[in-house]
Design a protein. Structure first.
Length: 467
């Protein structure tokens, strides 16, 4: 039984009425611990030692409590004892959904990280997600068992009675990775002289350690919380420094360093040789690519020229016969679907002194070019002008009735006949017609040609419209 000191008595006097009511005369509390979890807590020669032992002495002094240890053989047995009521509290454990079924918890009073340890040569692991298909060792009853089973069900687990036993099995190669508390694992590694075991990562979540109280003794939680809140920060730091013996270990493996250097040198030599060959091949490829690009440019230009020539007359640059027939067929199709009419104009150039013999082709080139120019300057943008054959020119007027086309034909006749190169030496006849229902291009063309012949019979210089 511990007695209240002067400082504790003063703290109680300063507490509020509800906090003062929480204090009762010295109360005996039975507790169980993890007997093999040094430096956090352990049983040595029947005595409770470790971090939790020092905190319990402070709490006993502040809250006027007397703690009595109930010895156990393992952590799992301690959990069973507190669940059965054989001991009232466990002083240092994490909360979990399973434990909340039979325990109430105080506020946490000690934070500690969990780590992953493995044999030397194992790469750094980014938490449980980096474990992969490795088998993980863990102490039976630890909160991490519940956490891994819920959040990482694919990880294979091997349970063991204590962290010390787990590290021995890990060193013997019975599994791949072990989960444990940083300070405890580090102490066992040093004590067991396990030089080939290293920390390879952190394991979430970290420990947030508190008292677990059997639900039948839930009234103790307020007393424990009151005492925990009044532990000076300086005492917490002293306890941590006393038990924290984590050391950084450096190791040098010159064999690996030499082998790595040799491999790097061989790799560099291979890369230099490869780069030389690749450079030569690149130069050849670049040269061939330039030749191919030049050929492609030439071919593209020739294709453009062929495309132009296939649809245009070589002398006048106007569309040729094939293109005009194609466009006329499109207008006929549009007329049949949408009833949008179209008109066709045929202009024929004849030499004034024609004696029945055709003029030489070279002497006709200039007049034909003049007519082509006059046509392009006179028609609308939507109209299609072509040199259909010899001295015949056809103008297709899309979506144009014969009346509007007649105005265009008169203007065209005036422009051509008034040109100084044509007015004295050539005569012009124009025939035109409007597209009719169910009419093919050949029929439409034939009607327009009849109108052209009528214009000739009337002495040229006029526009005749087909009925």
């Amino acid at each position: 039984m511990l007695f209240l000191g002067a400082s504790v008595f003063s703290a109680i006097l300063k507490a509020g009425p509800e906090q003062q009511a929480a204090f009762t005369p010295s109360e005996e509390i039975t507790y169980c611990i993890d007997p093999n979890w040094a430096p956090y807590e352990a049983i040595r020669n029947g005595i409770h030692v470790g971090i939790s032992a020092q905190y319990m002495r402070l709490i006993a002094e502040i809250a006027d409590l007397e703690f009595t240890l109930i010895p156990t053989e393992s952590w799992q047995q301690s959990l069973e004892y507190v669940q059965q009521g054989k001991c009232q509290v466990i002083p240092m454990l994490n909360t979990s959904d399973y434990r909340k079924q039979f325990l109430d918890f105080s506020i946490p009073y000690f934070e500690a990280p969990n780590v992953l340890v493995a044999k030397a040569g194992t790469p750094m692991l980014q938490g449980y997600s980096g474990v992969g298909n490795r088998t993980v060792g863990i102490v039976q009853g630890y909160r991490q068992v519940e956490y891994i089973s819920r959040n990482y069900p694919g990880i294979r687990l091997k349970r063991m009675p204590s962290e010390e036993e787990g590290l021995k099995q890990l060193a013997n190669g019975e599994f791949d990775v072990m989960v444990g508390s940083l300070m405890s694992v580090n102490m066992h590694i040093n004590n067991l002289k396990l030089k080939d075991i290293n920390i390879v990562g952190y394991a979430e979540p970290f420990d947030s350690l508190a008292f677990g109280v059997n639900k039948s003794y839930g009234h103790l939680v307020d007393k424990l919380n009151f005492a925990i809140e009044r532990i000076p920060e300086s005492r917490k730091v002293e306890i941590y420094k006393q038990w924290n013996n984590v050391k950084i270990r450096y190791s040098r493996n010159y064999t690996v360093m030499i082998l790595s250097t040799i491999i790097v040198l061989i790799g560099l030599l291979w890369l230099i040789s490869r780069n030389r060959h690749v450079g030569a091949y690149k130069r050849i490829i670049n040269q061939k690519n330039e030749e191919i690009s030049a050929l492609q440019a030439t071919l593209l230009e020739k294709n453009r020229t062929l495309g132009f020539l296939s649809a245009h007359d070589t002398i006048t640059g106007l569309y040729n016969r094939n293109h005009m027939i194609q466009r006329a067929e499109e207008e006929i199709s549009r007329f049949q679907r949408f009833q949008t009419t179209a008109s066709l104009i045929i202009l024929e150039l004849t030499h004034s002194h024609d004696d029945g013999h055709s003029l030489e082709a070279s002497s006709m080139e200039e007049p034909l070019k003049v007519v082509a120019t006059q046509c392009l300057n006179t028609v609308r943008e939507v109209d299609v002008v072509s040199r259909f054959s010899g001295e015949q020119f056809i103008i297709l007027c899309p979506q144009t009735e014969v009346g509007a086309a007649k105005i265009l034909a008169d203007r065209l006749l005036n422009c051509v006949t008034s040109h100084y190169l044509l007015s004295d030496n050539f005569k012009v006849a124009i025939g035109m017609s409007e597209l009719k229902q169910c009419e093919e291009f050949s029929d439409w063309m034939e009607r327009t040609m009849k109108a052209l012949y009528q214009s000739k019979r009337h002495g040229f210089g006029n526009v005749s419209i087909a009925p």
